[in-house]
Design a protein around this ligand. Structure first.
Ligand code: LMR
Length: 328
């Protein structure tokens, strides 16, 4: 009997060793819509590199940039179906899942990325990472891109000059209201379709960060940009509750550490990425970048700010007040 027990234990140990040696690594597909030379693109690649260094053989990361695997319309659904395990959509793209993140789209809410970080690092900002947990989405971190700039076939010095123009927006009702506030015509459109829509005149103008404007070549088909810094484009790195809970605890802990490290790096490099992209756009000589005077910027702010009152109750007035205080 003893011999039988010892033999069984040995066999079980050998089987475990065999299974571990030949176990398939856990695959994390990370899909996103931008190019690799952007803050998010660099962050995704950095995440892959660190995971594969520190969890070699246990976890493999496959990164799919430029909407190769999933685009705006389907990436969150793909996450919930476990067809992809990590994505980092712009905060503007979560409005079907939560109202609170609409905060980040309010025009002229944040002066700069320091003000954004001030709110995101507060207890309210952290709380928002959990705002979609009941829908099966787990917020892992905020990643910065930067402040958005406006462009059009005409110099947009004043809000009146935007009237009647069609602007591409992300799928956000706040952004829709923002352009309606200046009597423009907002059109919700997937990121991958913007260049062609600008080139063919399906839309007249757009708003985005310098890094996206440069990497998507929007500057080649837009004669005038204004450095409006009127809104924010930031991301939430998310996974599904289902996938996250399925991971062994030690792997989840290591992934958490890596995400914290990559988040610091992305958020440090985002401003420089946008400044560099702006310089490259200026050097191309293909478009004109207009700086607004304080008075002109004040007019844009006055025209768009009533949007806050439209969405304050849906978002939560306390969040709006706390976020606004970060820019005072
Ligand atoms: C956009 O649709 O303009 C952005 O969300 C793209 C991105 O992910 O930066």
């Amino acid at each position: 009997m003893l011999k039988f027990l010892a033999r069984s234990l040995l066999l079980a140990a050998a089987l475990t060793m065999f299974t571990n040696a030949y176990a398939e690594p856990i695959v994390i597909k990370f899909s996103h819509v931008v190019t690799e030379n952007t803050p998010k693109g660099k962050g995704a690649n950095m995440f892959k590199q660190l995971v594969e260094e520190r969890l070699a053989g246990k976890v493999e990361v496959q990164v799919f940039p430029s909407s190769q695997l999933f685009g705006d319309a389907d990436e969150i659904i793909a996450l919930l179906k476990n067809d992809v395990q990590i994505i980092a959509p712009a905060l503007s793209k979560f409005s079907k899942f939560t109202d609170v993140l609409q905060l980040y789209d309010l025009p002229f809410l944040f002066n700069d990325l320091d003000a954004v970080a001030c709110f995101q690092e507060s207890s309210s900002g952290k709380e928002m990472l959990d705002s979609m947990s009941k829908k099966g989405i787990k917020g892992l971190a905020y990643w910065h891109n930067g402040m958005k700039q406006l462009s059009a076939p005409v110099p947009l010095r004043t809000p009146e000059s935007a009237a009647g123009l069609k602007f591409r927006i992300m799928s956000s009702d706040v952004l829709q209201a923002q352009f309606q506030a200046v009597k423009a015509n907002p059109q919700k459109l997937a990121f991958s379709e913007v260049y062609l829509a600008l080139q063919t005149g399906q839309i007249d103008g757009q708003e985005n960060t310098w890094s996206n404007i440069y990497s998507q070549k929007f500057f080649e088909v837009q004669p005038y940009f204004v450095e409006s810094n009127h809104g924010l484009l930031d991301y939430m790195l998310v996974t599904s509750q289902r996938f996250w809970k399925s991971l062994p605890a030690d792997i989840r802990t290591e992934l958490d550490k890596i995400i914290t490290e990559v988040t610091v790096a992305v958020n440090d490099l985002a401003s420089k990425e946008n400044e560099d992209a702006k310089k490259l756009i200026i050097d191309s000589g293909k478009t004109e970048i207009i700086k607004l005077t304080a008075e002109e910027k004040g007019k844009w702010r006055a025209a768009m700010k009533p949007v806050w009152d439209q969405f304050k109750d849906e978002i939560g007035a306390n969040y709006v007040e706390k976020a606004a205080a970060c820019s005072n």
